[in-house]
Design a protein around this ligand. Structure first.
Ligand code: ZN
Length: 166
């Protein structure tokens, strides 16, 4: 079995377990969305998930179903919702593990930072009267492409003011 398939099997078990005794129905759409979510590596938006669904899903799902299922997967702790940029971003996370995210304040993109040193530190953290279920650390700043864009913009305005001065 491939890694992604194994991840889906585990996630599907957890979702079935989560839905036991709940009013929510165990629809095939939900499991199909979960299957596609498990295949995406990294952070994704609802638009990107819709694109992936069109490519990989065996049947069509409405945007409302996508939205509601993401909410359900979030409650089932199978997906993390990053509410930092203009639009909400999601990430498949079947087994909780520490993560470090770099958030660009200009374009809103989130990139992952791999650092075993910080990850280890994160997993060791304990709080009084608070149980940490998912340690996530966010760094806010500027991404490389936005930095390049800004420097080009700055150069253009500088040359403009120079021309105006002459
Ligand atoms: Zn950026």
């Amino acid at each position: 079995m491939s890694e992604k398939k194994e991840l889906y099997t585990l996630a599907a078990q957890q979702l079935t377990e989560f839905m036991k005794g709940k009013i929510t129905r165990k629809t095939p759409e939900r499991f199909e969305i979960l299957r596609v979510v498990c295949q995406i590596s990294g952070i994704f938006s609802i638009d990107e998930l819709q694109e992936e669904m069109e490519k990989k899903a065996t049947f069509k799902v409405s945007r409302v179903t996508l939205f509601n299922t993401l909410k359900l997967l979030e409650e089932a702790k199978l997906v993390i919702k990053h509410c930092l940029s203009r639009a909400a971003l999601y990430e498949c996370c079947v087994t909780p593990h520490p993560m470090i995210c770099l958030v660009c304040e200009q374009c809103g993109k989130i990139r992952k930072l791999e650092s075993s040193k910080i990850e280890n530190w994160l997993s060791e953290q304990k709080c009084k009267q608070f149980v940490i279920t998912q340690p996530v650390l966010y760094f806010h700043g500027l991404c490389r492409s936005c930095m390049v864009k800004n420097s080009i913009k700055n150069r253009k305005t500088k040359t403009k003011t120079k021309i105006q001065k002459k």
